[in-house]
Ligand binder design. Structure first.
Ligand code: AKB
Length: 341
């Protein structure tokens, strides 16, 4: 008999760290398989039942996993983020799109074998949006799920296409087949704003200036932000990002009016983040050296998001507004982290 399990791809990434800790702390009943292309940090490896180092493009590896486990839930977190993807767009497309199709295929195969849907949790991003220009960005009311879906990055294009793929595998897979299999996937997706974790540093993203500023100050290192001081996007503290994934996973299917939801916590400019950092770390040296390419990407993302559908359908609310995120979560934990080193 195969063992029932949850599969987390991109387990060693920022969200993977937060999610695996949460699954462990919540005493999740299912064993967890952590899959990552890189070695998985010991503190995470110790919290899961199996660590698999490998590529989501390796279908033989995924077949082997399916032969060993009955996969009940997939958290498909692996992706190349927006900045990194621009250096190798076709490779990013392979990882972000073909990798996702491979996992959707695992989900649908597993669902058919066991005669029950497989839950598929997928983080998308504010990168799916493309505001036409800075004036439109600043004047727009909080942007809803279906507005301005004109991404300018490979990563954003990949994410929006994968949202559609999820909907397709959820509701229309092989729709012309003679007999329709009732057991498919239960695809659920949140669009994350810029995420900030006290535990890990992101790599390869374009919202990274937020977390980088705080971590540099705590390490007593000077930091030059790659955006203008007035650059504004929505952010979220990592515990809220994990909370959203868990809330959406547990929501009764009947309460969902859509498969893809915006979520947000607080919108701050780079300068407002820097002011908060300087108040907490008075020695912080923060300057600005905008990189035109990365600036253009962040300027194409909305300043504010409308997450009313998530609030109404599955009770989403953020625990960390800006004050709580910085003063209660980020600053104490990041200070302690670097003091301990
Ligand atoms: C990135 O900057 O690429 C990510 C994102 C906003 O999805 N953090």
């Amino acid at each position: 008999m195969r063992k029932k399990a949850s599969l987390v791809t991109g387990a060693n990434g920022e969200v993977g760290h937060g999610l695996i800790r949460q699954l462990h702390e919540a005493g999740d009943k299912l064993p967890v398989i952590a899959l990552d292309i890189n070695q998985v940090d010991d503190e995470i490896a110790n919290l899961v039942d199996d660590v698999v180092i490998g590529d989501i493009l390796d279908t033989a590896l995924l077949d082997k996993l399916m032969s060993e486990y009955e996969i009940d839930t997939i958290y498909h977190l692996a992706a190349l983020l927006s900045t990194r993807a621009e250096f190798t767009p076709e490779a990013a497309h392979r990882v972000n799109v073909q990798g996702t199709i491979n996992l959707l295929h695992v989900a649908i195969e597993q669902a058919r074998w066991r005669g029950q849907p497989v839950k598929f949790l997928f983080p998308s991003s504010i990168a799916v949006f493309g505001m036409p220009d800075l004036d439109a960005k600043m004047d727009a009311p909080p942007v809803g799920e279906d507005d301005y879906i004109t991404p300018i990055t490979m990563y954003g294009c990949n994410k929006v296409y994968c949202e559609h793929l999820g909907r397709y595998y959820n509701s229309h897979y092989r729709q012309l087949a003679q007999s329709q299999d009732p057991h498919g996937i239960d695809f659920r997706c949140v669009r994350y704003p810029g995420l900030i974790s006290a535990v890990t540093l992101p790599s390869g993203g374009t919202s990274d200036y937020g977390p980088e500023m705080i971590h540099a100050a705590a390490k007593n290192e000077p930091y030059q932000a790659f955006v203008r001081p007035d650059t504004i996007i929505p952010f979220m503290a990592m515990p809220d990002a994990i909370k959203a994934l868990m809330l959406l996973k547990e929501a009764p299917e009947t309460s969902l009016t859509r498969r893809v939801y915006n979520i947000t916590s607080f919108s701050l400019s780079a300068e407002q983040i820097a002011e908060r950092v300087k108040a907490a770390f008075p020695q912080a040296q923060i300057g600005y050296e905008p990189s035109p390419g990365r600036q253009k990407i962040v300027d194409s993302w909305p300043a504010r998001l409308d997450d009313s559908a998530a609030r109404a359908d599955w009770g989403w609310s953020s625990d960390f507004d800006a004050d709580a995120a910085f003063n209660d979560y980020l600053f104490p934990a990041i200070r302690q982290r670097y003091q301990a080193q």
